[in-house]
Write a protein that binds this ligand. Structure first.
Ligand SMILES: [Cu+2]
Length: 91
């Protein structure tokens, strides 16, 4: 078992809503150093909101034993620095 994408780009510094689900069985979804810690249940969408204060790469792990592939259930979220375009509210 694996997360579909090991590297998740596009998250900008600031408030982020994360929507995740499972296509097979129950999994956990936890992002290091942030208050995202949800259960992923097939047929349901879990939502969490957090703030990424610093750009960087943050690890995601499955915290619910999900079978023999559990140790491969990891990924990352890459938080990119804010750009001047992010601050421009006139566009
Ligand atoms: Cu797991």
């Amino acid at each position: 078992m694996e997360f579909p994408s090991k590297r998740n780009h596009g998250t900008r510094r600031g408030r982020s809503n994360v929507f995740v689900t499972s296509q097979d069985i129950s999994h956990g979804f936890m992002v290091e150093d942030h208050d995202i810690n949800v259960m992923l249940l097939p047929g349901q969408i879990a939502r969490a909101t957090t703030f990424f204060d610093e750009p960087g790469t943050y690890h995601i792990i499955c915290h619910e034993y999900c079978g023999p592939g559990h140790h491969n259930m990891y990924a990352t979220i890459i938080v990119e620095p804010a750009t001047t375009a992010d601050a421009d509210t006139t566009k």
